[in-house]
Design a protein around this ligand. Structure first.
Ligand SMILES: [Zn+2]
Length: 90
């Protein structure tokens, strides 16, 4: 991820896909791409998160992806609410 918050470094780890062992410590986070549980592990003393499908996030890229997913969910909920409450559109 660059300083602008772009998360183009998210990638699918083929090794993780082929491995069946636990990829680190379990966390309370879910993967924004596939909703599987994320595991935390360190690489050269820096933490990163990985799901069982192999999506990998730094702490910053995970935050950006979660905020993006939250914004999309909020827009969908707001649109659905407005459709049910036509007086809001007046
Ligand atoms: Zn995933």
């Amino acid at each position: 991820m660059d300083d602008n918050g772009n998360s183009d470094n998210i990638q699918l780890d083929k090794v993780a896909v082929e491995h069946t062992e636990k990829p680190g410590k379990p966390t309370n986070f879910i993967c924004p791409k596939c909703s599987n549980m994320l595991w935390e592990k360190d690489y050269e003393e820096l933490p990163y998160f990985r799901c069982s499908l192999g999506h990998i996030y730094s702490p910053k890229s995970l935050l950006v992806e979660q905020m993006t997913a939250l914004k999309i969910a909020f827009r969908h909920e707001l649109r659905a609410f407005k459709e049910k409450q036509p007086w809001l559109s007046r």
